[in-house]
Design a protein around this ligand. Structure first.
Ligand code: AMP
Length: 588
């Protein structure tokens, strides 16, 4: 299959913001894609080579890509750099340069999807001293045969700059329409995706073996399961309304969610966003197998920093010292943790997802032998509000954030935020209640003490229906000098010349970023705003929703992808629940 078909689709999609149109472009492409290579097409559309959890990344430095382009086009590096500065986008610069070159070239070999994918894969696998030369050779050979539009997207993919951000659910919708004729079947595709977290695999199955084959998707060790998420409640009474008379209350610890896969003498750990985080936690790899009786098992836990002397749980910031590439052994010693198991997804060769919570908890207790390192999450069954209050008090006193409340008779709903799991935090009682996890999309330079750093950040929520990032507030408080420096550094390689098309705001930031970094914010209230764009026109024409008195809590949520940030619907729910007390205000 010609790569130009993929490149053209990406080109159309770049100029489209309506989800229905995006889906239609994808449907047209999928219909003409041979099933043997549809997985490759799906990965490339998202600028990937494999699902994220496999950790295979192309990521060639732009400098090297510039050199490769110079070599294949026979145009000096300085000229290419000039084009790049002018266009502000390496993909566009590549297209321009190749356009100039094509005027003198007439014989060209078609480039196929297979060739692009396989070459990129080889580049991703190259490591070590001589790899730079080889990478350059591969890139220039591809660009040599590429048309401007093909070159544009190859350049974007190899430098990890394909910012279309085609969301997983848009691809699932398109697969459903292309291969079953209707969007109605998307839940079945989604189920397959939720248990394997590999869109390419789902695409191959539905295109190659047919819709029925999706039934065969089962939970298996080393394929991470998309995690179940919780809704928030403010009071035990509200929890009771949603969950009935009796439910489980567990501690909600303030650490990092870890999905632990054990099998064939191997342990692999996945984060909440399903990134492979095994390297950060050699202590879990070493110690967990001592507590687990079954050979093949998938467990979910919260890893939490602890004070080894007192056994106290420490705040999340302590644990984040473990997120480093070097000196890991030292960090393991300095920041000890415990692993607090709260769910089981697979054991004895079978999935546990369809078991009820009560059955899963029993299975977990049977499968794990606790020790000082591997603990089972404290849990109690509650029937009255007072019992919830008492357990919440205990949890807070032990250093927890609050409680997770779980329905006893409900299955594990992979990939879903549902009311079978609720989170109840202490702060919920005052002000806004919960914290929000928001994406940094822009920044404003600081003055005075903050000269040379950012004085305020522009934050956005995620609009799942539109795949957009509408702005919700500017935040300049809650930062320490240390956190300001850290954020400045982290953001330095996320800077983009032009605002990402998915970012929706009326403000002009001094600097724009790729929407990638998520931080935690508290605020006093959600208000209608003529400036910010969350739920624009949804509550009042011409107004969106904004945060009043937002403040950074000190937490950079490294474990969250921008799609995991607080959603527009959640913000609307929070807005409506604070408004319940005001008579006559419109709800939606
Ligand atoms: P939040 O990130 O505020 O939406 O809260 C959900 C997170 O709480 C999960 O992703 C886990 O990392 C964490 N957590 C802590 N304790 C538990 C628990 N007992 N059950 C489930 N999740 C927990």
């Amino acid at each position: 299959m010609k790569f130009s078909l993929v490149a053209e689709t990406l080109g159309y999609m770049e100029n489209t913001t309506k989800r229905t149109e995006l889906t239609k472009h994808l449907v047209d492409l999928f219909k003409i894609t041979p099933p043997e290579i549809i997985s490759k097409v799906v990965y490339l559309l998202q600028g990937k080579l494999r699902p994220d959890h496999e950790g295979i990344e192309v990521g060639v430095a732009e400098k090297l890509a510039v050199k490769a382009l110079s070599k294949s086009a026979g145009i000096p590096v300085t000229k290419i750099e000039h084009e790049y500065m002018k266009a502000g986008d390496f993909g566009q610069a590549t297209a321009t340069v190749l356009g100039q070159k094509t005027q003198t070239t007439f014989l060209k070999e078609d480039i196929t999807v297979e060739r692009v994918y396989d070459t990129l894969f080889k580049i991703a696998e190259l490591k070590g001293g001589k790899s730079q030369d080889m990478k350059m050779k591969y890139i220039s050979s591809l660009l040599n045969d590429a048309s401007p539009v093909e070159g544009r997207f190859i350049a974007k993919i190899i430098t990890a700059n394909l910012r279309l951000g085609i969301a997983d659910f848009t691809i699932l919708d398109a697969l459903s329409v292309a291969f079953t004729g209707t969007k109605e079947n998307r839940p079945k595709l989604e189920h397959a995706y939720n248990v394997c977290s590999d869109l390419g695999r789902v695409a191959s199955a539905v295109a190659g073996e047919g819709f029925e084959s999706l039934k065969g998707f089962q939970v298996s060790v080393f394929s991470p399961v998309r995690p179940m998420l919780a809704e928030r409640v403010k009071t035990p009474a509200e929890a009771r309304e949603k969950m009935g008379h009796q439910f489980a209350a567990e501690y909600k610890l303030d650490g990092e969610r870890v999905q632990i896969h054990i099998g064939n003498d191997k342990v692999v750990l996945y984060s909440r966003s399903l990134e492979n985080i095994t390297n950060y936690y050699p202590d879990i790899v070493e110690k967990i197998t001592k507590s687990v009786k079954s050979g093949k098992i998938i467990l979910e836990a919260e890893a939490v920093a602890v004070n080894e002397e007192t056994g106290e749980f420490l705040p999340f910031q302590e644990l984040m010292h473990r997120r480093r590439k070097h000196n890991i052994a030292k960090a393991v010693k300095e920041y000890p943790i415990t692993v607090n198991l709260f769910d089981i997804m697979f054991v004895d060769g079978a999935s546990c997802l369809d078991m009820t919570y009560a059955e899963r908890r029993k299975t977990l207790e049977r499968a794990v032998k606790e020790d000082a390192f591997s603990r089972i999450m404290p849990m109690t069954i509650v029937t009255t509000d007072d019992e919830v209050e008492d357990f919440l008090e205990n949890a807070i006193n032990s250093g927890c954030e609050g409680l997770m409340l779980k329905q006893l008779d409900s299955p594990y709903r992979a990939g879903a935020r549902a009311s079978n799991w609720l989170k109840l935090k202490r702060e919920y009682r005052n002000e806004l209640g919960d914290t929000l996890d928001l994406v940094i999309v822009g920044a404003f330079y600081g003055r005075g003490r903050r000269t040379g750093r950012y004085g305020a950040l522009l934050l956005a929520a995620y609009d799942e229906d539109q795949d957009k990032y509408p702005s919700i507030c500017k935040v300049g408080t809650g930062f320490t000098d240390e956190s300001l420096d850290q954020i400045y550094q982290i953001l330095s390689d996320k800077i983009v010349v032009k605002k990402d098309p998915r970012v929706d705001t009326s403000l002009e930031a001094d600097v724009w970023f790729d929407p990638e970094i998520v931080i935690e914010i508290v605020a006093s209230e959600i208000t209608l705003s003529p400036i910010h764009r969350v739920a624009m026109d949804g509550i009042r024409k011409g107004s969106g929703l904004a945060l009043r008195f937002p403040k950074f809590t000190g937490k950079i949520r490294f474990e969250k992808t921008p799609e995991n940030s607080t959603g527009v619907k959640e913000v609307v729910t929070m807005y409506n629940s604070q408004k319940k007390v005001v008579q006559g205000e419109k709800q939606f």
